[in-house]
Design a protein around this ligand. Structure first.
Ligand SMILES: *[C@@H]1O[C@H](CO)[C@@H](O)[C@H](O)[C@H]1NC(C)=O
Ligand SMILES: *[C@@H]1O[C@H](CO)[C@@H](O)[C@H](O)[C@H]1NC(C)=O
Ligand SMILES: *[C@@H]1O[C@H](CO)[C@@H](O)[C@H](O)[C@H]1NC(C)=O
Ligand SMILES: *[C@@H]1O[C@H](CO)[C@@H](O)[C@H](O)[C@H]1NC(C)=O
Length: 442
């Protein structure tokens, strides 16, 4: 598509150039022949003049036609593939957003397979100056520490160790959640190191059981300017909760705004940590972030196709959940040159009118019609939900996540869940007059 229109543009350009040159030559030849005539005869002169003028008119008409084609080609190029993004430098300190250091904080504990994650990070990062890797290890697990230590020597990563290994006193009913308490405590310490000790202006947080896509660093580099310049965006995540194979399109460029905090490979700015760090919870930090008191209607950017996937079946929160969902997640395997694209469509003022228009222009159908394939000829379909029960029942039928956090369905933006069902784009959406989430939906 893009190559085609580039080619067309090129051909049109060449034709126009040749055409103009030919015009100039013709005019010059005719005029010079004309002036060389010693005894110009009036009749001949008039004929020549008319001839030239006719020719010129025809040429101008043709030229206008060609310009029209060129204009159209350029228009379609612009709408299809916006070229480069220019965002205002809101900080006004002249700092180049494309050079800001984005450290990778890897949260580790007692899994020696941390090497699998580290190998990929090292393989895909472009420079260690721009993307320093800091592994923060809890648990004091010696075999894991030994594995990490090898990378300190060979790849110049930093290995920091959570010093507080004291037991956390819990009552009987919470004892089974001890792991979650330890994780929250570790996150708080590690993020304080990143922002208060090392003084970075942003961080990309990963865990020790994540695989990453080849364009992982490219994705975060390109979305960083959105994160800093759109105050309604507080995170960029590599994750799509409905990103199973067969439920996503095969367009790796597609990105969204999401009211749901996805986590699992995510970027945050220092100013957010300074805001939420002091009140960081003792446990279940991710659900705490999803709560309206923290989120404050801010959103994350997320991809259609995940830029991380997890191989850790063993872990505090995994097990059954892993077999049912996580292991089916499709990890993107193509490199998208995101930094060469105009991503400002993701800014709230551009995105909201465009997104709501797109969703509510889509023909509304019933879930039965989606499942029977009777509307297969349409590119996209919209299914409406009005109640929590309806959402859950339909979600189950279509195979998407059916849970809510603080009233927000996974992946949703303005209540809309976008996914692919048997090759067809589905917008699972509330009524067009939707105003806000109902936090009672659980
Ligand atoms: C093509 O665009 C130029 C300006 O970009 C405009 O002056 C011209 O009228 C357009 N031509 C046609 C045929 O649309
Ligand atoms: C270590 O963790 C415990 C439990 O979370 C906490 O009460 C204690 O203050 C921490 N110690 C330090 C030195 O931070
Ligand atoms: C931290 O970085 C900011 C700029 O981002 C700078 O103004 C400040 O002096 C730095 N603080 C320390 C302790 O290095
Ligand atoms: C980038 O896209 C926005 C709309 O999303 C548009 O307003 C802007 O002109 C584009 N910038 C460039 C350089 O194409």
């Amino acid at each position: 598509m893009r190559l085609n229109s580039m080619r067309r543009k090129h051909i049109v350009f060449v034709v126009v150039t040749v055409f103009l040159s030919w015009n100039a030559i013709m005019y010059y030849v005719l005029m010079s022949r004309h002036s060389k005539k010693m005894i110009p005869r009036d009749m001949e002169l008039d004929n020549l003049d008319v001839g030239i003028q006719n020719q010129l008119r025809r040429n101008l008409a043709l030229l206008a036609k060609l310009q029209g084609i060129r204009n159209k080609t350029e228009m379609s190029l612009k709408t299809n593939k916006p070229e480069r993004m220019v965002l205002p430098d809101r900080k006004g300190d002249g700092s180049d957003m494309n050079k800001v250091v984005l450290p990778i904080l890897m949260i580790a504990c007692d899994r020696v397979t941390v090497s699998r994650s580290l190998d990929l990070l090292i393989k895909y990062r472009t420079t260690k100056e721009r993307f320093p890797i800091i592994v923060s290890q809890d648990c004091a697990h010696k075999p894991t520490a030994d594995v990490i230590q090898k990378y300190v020597v060979s790849d110049n990563i930093k290995h920091i160790k959570h010093p507080n290994l004291t037991n956390i006193e819990l009552n009987k009913k919470d004892k089974k959640f001890l792991g979650y308490y330890k994780i929250a405590r570790h996150y708080k310490w590690a993020l304080n190191q990143i922002f208060l000790k090392f003084n970075y202006s942003a961080v990309i947080i990963v865990e020790d059981d994540l695989d990453i896509s080849p364009d992982f660093f490219e994705y975060f580099s390109a979305t960083y300017p959105i994160l800093t310049s759109d105050p309604s965006v507080w995170c960029v995540s590599a994750w799509n909760d409905n990103g199973k194979g067969g439920m996503v399109s095969d367009d790796p460029e597609l990105l969204y705004r999401s009211d749901f905090f996805p986590g699992l490979g995510w970027m945050m700015e220092r100013k957010i940590w300074l805001e939420i760090g002091p009140k960081w919870p003792v446990t279940f930090w991710d659900d705490w972030m999803r709560h309206q008191d923290q989120r404050k209607e801010r959103v994350c950017i997320r991809p259609e196709i995940c830029r991380t996937s997890t191989f850790g079946k063993k872990g505090v929160s995994r097990g059954l959940y892993f077999d049912k969902h996580l292991k089916h997640i499709k990890l993107n395997d193509q490199f998208v040159a995101f930094t060469q694209k105009n991503l400002s469509y993701l800014m709230k003022e551009n995105y909201d009118p465009w997104f709501t228009h797109m969703v509510y222009e889509t023909p509304e159908v019933t879930v039965a019609e989606v499942m029977s394939g009777s509307k297969k000829h349409l590119k996209a379909l919209r299914v409406t939900y009005t109640t929590k029960e309806q959402f859950k029942a339909t979600a189950k039928k279509l195979g998407i996540m059916d849970d809510f956090k603080a009233g927000v369905p996974r992946v949703a933006y303005r209540g809309v869940v976008s996914f692919v069902f048997k090759g067809q784009r589905i917008y699972f959406a509330p009524k067009p007059d939707w105003q806000k989430y109902d936090i009672k939906w659980k």
